[in-house]
Design a protein around this ligand. Sequence first.
Ligand code: GLN
Length: 193
Amino acid sequence: MKIGVLALQGAVAEHIRALSTLNTEAIPIRLPSELNGLDALVIPGGESTTIAKLLSDYRLMQPIRKLASRGFPIFGTCAGMILLARKVADLDLKPIGAMGIEVTRNAFGRQVASFEADLNIPALGDGTFHGIFIRAPVIQKANPGVEVLCQLNDNVVAARQGRILACAFHPELTDDLRLHRYFLDLITGDYSV
Ligand code: GLN
């Protein structure tokens, strides 16, 4: 299996390290041609406005949209989740729009811009998942067909639609690799719905 990690900006190396630890080949992606032959793509956290602009500048936006429309597996974390959303309230540029979710950026307010919380994610089995939130978004609305995987208080912070996985926090900044493993299982398993 070969996974691409979008490497225009953000926490690229951390995702590559997490996937490598799971014995999975992970390579940085900057050019449209590098999408060829991949089994899945990770879109890391960073700054969604910057990544959206670079996606257009590097001519990656359309090819990624096309892949997503064919059921290609994509895992977006934080800014990556924002980019996967069909609708983002305060993003000037158009997101990739592969997932039927509406997202609000910086949803936890300026005072609590960054925080950590132990999350219940039943799909990962027993034991909480340590969520690192950095100027994190939340999912305001999830369309039918989107499975909510995790809520923090009343905020949806992780969800899945087919083989597209999104979370508002940064699993690549912890040593808990269960969410990355869950994504690898999505790629190979029967998760088309
Ligand atoms: N607040 C950032 C944005 O709107 C996301 C932050 C992150 O990815 N850690 O793009």
